[in-house]
Design a protein around this ligand. Sequence first.
Ligand code: SAH
Length: 254
Amino acid sequence: MKKVKIRLYTDIVVNEDFAPTLGEAQSHYLCNVMKVQTGDEILCFNNRDGEFLCRIEKSDKKHTLLKIIKQTKKFEPSPDIWLLFAPLKKDQTDFVIQKATELGVRKIIPVFTKFTITDKVKTDRFKAQAIEAAEQSRRVDVPEIGECVSLEKILLNWNPERKLFFMDETGGGESVLNVFGKAKGSKAAILVGPEGGFDADELQALRKAPFAQGVSLGKRILRAETAVAAALACWQAAAGDWTEEVEENGVTNI
Ligand code: SAH
């Protein structure tokens, strides 16, 4: 059987009786970039119903008509872990969105702190990056991208049911696996500071908040984007879905 490689996010696949049509951007990608032909098979997922194997019935530059052959994965949301991060330079921010998506976060919120280097945040770009990373990593959901918000507001409006783990490079935080190991099954968020770190007042506010807990990622100072990837990997291994066995090929056949 021909190996299925192309995997697209589309919000229009609904069920096996429905013939979805892809719009211009994806048709251009399929036709002109990937050079697909009628009869080729692709995978589509929609952040709601799971993943479907589809056959291309007709494709031109503007529209692609698909026929759903079968459902290949059930919908399953990623673990209930959020990432809060201070936007960085463009390339590092792209890295954060991509890696956080691959590492299975459910929601990403850009947070302005005192030393955040940018005040312009393109959440549309974040959404596009998250979709691309979800397509590539075979997620069936796409992480939600929250509106950019100040750390002050975050702390003011935080729902205490969700534990806020802030990555504290200044020491004093408990070691990461100890903390995350005890957090299995609970809603959580990971907060990583900007390149300049948190300001003293911010650290004080975080330490005082009853729902927040400082976490150490060891004695070396990591770049913010490294801290994001390291913290999320530790979370998935200690409390998230890396604790589960994965079926052969990582595919849930249904
Ligand atoms: N400007 C600081 C470093 C900031 S690193 C300095 O030079 O000291 C950026 C962010 O990554 C920090 O705010 C923290 O959230 C996270 N981070 C980096 N290294 C860390 C570590 N060893 N433990 C916990 N968090 C860390």
